[in-house]
Design a protein around this ligand. Structure first.
Ligand SMILES: NC(=O)c1ccc[n+]([C@@H]2O[C@H](COP(=O)([O-])OP(=O)(O)OC[C@H]3O[C@@H](n4cnc5c(N)ncnc54)[C@H](OP(=O)(O)O)[C@@H]3O)[C@@H](O)[C@H]2O)c1
Length: 572
């Protein structure tokens, strides 16, 4: 588990000996646990082992269709009584992204409750689990509790406008916001300042000028400077009657966070509620699975997860009415490039659930769709427009907060700007969506090339012609130029994963998903295929040279034996 290179060696060995499986059972996380597992330990058997396995399949360019059954216990909260290990939720976030980035891999999360006896009940459970591999109903999240099989469904629920002070908020309440100088943090602080004249503790990771330096800062750096803009917002909050305390602390550092809490209590006497909005977003949060390195998943878990775990520890003996966690739609729907981000958010979802069993503070987890803070700059075409259509505008986000604060006792709220059931079907029941999408809506008839900003340039090389033919079939468009943008041609991100899968099948190369986002044209993708092919060839050449070197030192008998083995394998 500690050695990613072992996973690669295993997959390489299976591939070279032609024994790659059709099914993989990932069962590191089925364990009898008598006490909570330390987070980092559960992370190893959970997130990291799945990550390394998929990275190994990708590194070895495995394009074969494989079903991955990811078994666990203590992951899903079904009955309300089972133990929950929040760290295991990381696999749940990651597995959705695996299935999206690698359409040849079908993942199922199957959480069981272990029977009390090791006899019939256990073999009965084992039989049912094996059936999950053959009797497929396209569900990705499944739980077994006793003889019952549970699957996850979402139902819409309208939160009516109400008065937040009849719920969680109170006039002049003391609210601590981690990531308080970030976009959502500041927006929410502004709402609290104006609605209840809150006393606000804003914690962030960077140095911010002290209040008596604000005017001087703005004078020296101009009103358009990022810090000056934040200063202006803070001054407006003060004018609305709020009191402010801005502190620097890394929320993943328990001592630093605890000291900041101490300062807040010293100044305001108590803390009524906490909004955990510290996190790393934007391009840092976006890495395809093969690209995820330790620093990437660590940076995702740092503020969001370790910050939330620290908050839980620090407030264990304090009277805090609520903790509001900012999770994201990625833990529900996955998302290309969100292999670490979705996992971190999934932990928040599970943690809220767990904490509500343990203490008197109400934990609420909100899974937000993406917010759009640049309404004036919304893309109207390409992949950006697909995302922008569903984005939450800041004032809409605040209106949602207002409703959330009005309702007591909700553990988790998903704020979906689109029909969630349809999105789940599209993104998670990916096999089904894939089959339905295979025939273009034209019923095989091809559309004309749409009006595009760039002129049509005919494919020249054989490779470009083959790539263009695959695009044509997938998009249902008769003529595709080598500089036409996949997303301008009507491709969406789901079709993108399908395209990558078909290209991998056709050319037997491991194409990184990001190749489609960096240069989504026939020309760009063809270049990457060429590059991948030549790298693969170089790898093969290096192996041959290595073998020749070994053979130089062998007896004729030994060399013959090795050649015969290789011949036998090639004929299989
Ligand atoms: N924006 C969205 O569309 C969206 C959607 C769903 C969920 N969310 C979640 O909502 C939260 C806030 O998002 P946002 O858009 O407001 O992001 P943001 O503008 O980047 O704000 C996050 C703030 O957290 C700070 N931070 C990062 N690491 C920290 C640490 N270790 N200790 C203390 N502060 C730290 C950041 O400081 P630096 O700037 O110095 O890094 C930043 O000021 C995030 O958890 C995000 O995942 C956002």
């Amino acid at each position: 588990i500690d050695h990613p290179e072992d996973y690669t060696a295993l997959i390489r060995d299976l591939k070279e000996s032609d024994r790659l499986p059709d099914n993989i059972v990932h069962a590191f996380n089925v364990l009898v646990r008598n006490q909570p597992t330390p987070f980092d330990k559960a992370l190893k058997t959970g997130y990291l082992s799945l990550l390394y396995l998929v990275q190994a399949l990708s590194a070895e360019r495995v394009t074969r269709h494989i079903q991955v059954g990811i078994f666990s216990n203590d992951m899903f909260n079904i009955t309300g009584y089972e133990r929950i290990e929040p760290a295991l939720a990381t696999i749940h976030g990651l597995s959705k992204v695996v299935a999206q980035e690698f359409p040849n891999l079908v993942c199922r999360d199957i959480d069981v409750s272990l029977p009390h006896t090791m006899g019939n009940e256990l073999s009965e459970l084992a039989k049912r689990l094996l059936l999950e591999f053959v009797d497929r109903d396209r569900q990705m999240s499944i739980a077994y509790r006793g003889k019952r099989r549970w699957v996850q469904e979402f139902e819409p629920f309208a939160l009516e406008v109400s008065n937040p002070t009849s719920g969680y908020l109170q006039e002049e309440g003391v609210y601590l916001i981690t990531g308080g100088l970030g976009r959502i943090g500041l927006k929410l602080a502004n709402y609290l300042a104006n609605s209840v004249r809150a006393r606000l503790v804003l914690i962030d990771a960077f140095d911010f000028p002290a209040a008596d330096q604000w005017d001087k800062w703005t004078e020296q750096n101009g009103a358009q400077d990022v810090t000056s803009i934040k200063i202006k917002r803070l001054q407006n909050m003060k004018n609305a009657g709020a009191e402010l305390l801005v502190l620097k602390a890394d929320v993943s550092d328990k001592e630093a966070l605890s000291a900041a809490f101490g300062q807040a209590v010293q100044q305001f006497g108590r803390i009524d509620g906490i909004i955990h909005a510290a996190g790393i977003v934007g391009t840092h949060a976006f890495k395809s699975i093969p690209e995820i390195k330790e620093e990437d998943w660590r940076s995702q878990f740092q503020a969001k997860v370790y910050g939330a775990l620290n908050i839980a520890d620090i407030i264990a003996d304090r009277e805090v009415k609520f903790v509001l966690l900012q999770s994201s739609m990625s833990s529900i729907l996955g998302g290309l490039g969100f292999g670490a981000y979705a996992a971190a958010n999934a932990v928040l979802d599970a943690l809220a659930n767990l904490q509500n069993r343990l203490g008197k503070t109400q934990w609420i987890c909100v899974n937000w769709d993406g917010w759009n803070f640049e309404e004036t700059n919304m893309p109207t075409s390409g992949l950006g427009s697909e995302i922008a259509q569903l984005a939450i505008l800041p004032d809409e986000g605040v209106a949602a907060f207002e409703r959330i604060f009005s309702y007591l006792d909700l553990d988790q709220i998903i704020v979906s700007t689109g029909d969630l059931k349809a999105r789940v079907h599209k993104w998670l029941q990916i096999e089904a969506a894939k089959k339905e999408d295979q025939t273009p809506e034209t019923g095989g008839e091809l559309h004309d090339r749409p009006d595009l900003p760039n002129p049509y340039v005919e494919p020249e090389t054989d490779l470009q012609k083959q790539v263009a033919a695959i695009w044509q079939k997938l998009l249902g468009i008769s003529q595709i130029g080598i500089y036409d943008d996949f997303f301008d041609l009507g491709g969406n991100s789901l079709m993108g994963t399908q395209l990558i899968s078909e290209l991998r099948d056709a050319f037997q190369v491991e194409l990184p998903l990001r190749s489609l986002f960096e240069d989504p044209t026939v020309s760009g993708v063809s270049k990457i295929i060429e590059q991948e092919r030549s790298e693969a060839q170089e790898g093969e050449m290096a192996k041959v040279e290595d073998l020749l070197k070994q053979m130089e030192n062998m007896s004729e008998e030994e060399a013959k034996k090795i050649l015969e083995q290789k011949k036998g394998k090639n004929q299989r």
